[in-house]
Design a protein around this ligand. Structure first.
Ligand SMILES: [Zn+2]
Length: 159
């Protein structure tokens, strides 16, 4: 059996990844799995978003209505990504935050797909696609982290 890393790279290179996916596949993360392994660990929707940078349909995430105090974590590797203290109502249909829980929690990449110039947000631990960040958010940062609810899990914590 070839090493897991080599097999994973071959799978990633051979699959139908767009430029973003290919670039992310070449990056090194603390948590890395082959597409086949991710497919076993994630639901089909989670795989499409986290590993293939798909976007969930707006106004479909139960996390839109999640108003408890708590932490939103990457659904791929469980790393904490956002706190309820930075969540706000963006009325876009996607869970929105004005900052990640820590600067090191997310990685950003230029995304010029679909004829747009956007900044993609990925989990810094597993490279999973979480969403995009825009500069039309509220104070104090002016940023709007527009996230796919399917890419996140919520865990309530004491206020
Ligand atoms: Zn992750």
């Amino acid at each position: 059996m070839a090493s897991g890393a080599a097999a994973g790279f071959a799978l990633a290179a051979g699959s139908m990844l767009d430029a973003r996916g290919a670039r992310a596949a070449q990056m090194t993360f603390a948590v890395m799995h082959s597409d086949q392994e991710w497919k076993k660990m994630l639901t089909a929707d989670q795989f499409a978003i986290l590993r293939q940078a798909a976007t969930e349909r707006p106004f479909t995430s139960p996390l839109l209505e999640e108003h408890r105090h708590g932490v939103f974590s990457c659904a791929g590797c469980k790393q904490d990504a956002f706190s309820s203290t930075t969540k706000f109502e963006s009325h876009t249909g996607w869970p929105s935050f004005w900052a990640p829980i820590a600067k090191t929690a997310v990685a950003t990449l230029d995304d010029k797909s679909l004829g747009m110039d956007r900044t993609e947000v990925r989990c810094s631990r597993c490279g999973g696609h979480l969403g995009h960040v825009f500069d039309d958010g509220p104070k104090p940062t002016g940023l709007r982290y527009c996230m796919n609810g399917i890419a996140l899990t919520f865990r309530p914590t004491p206020a």
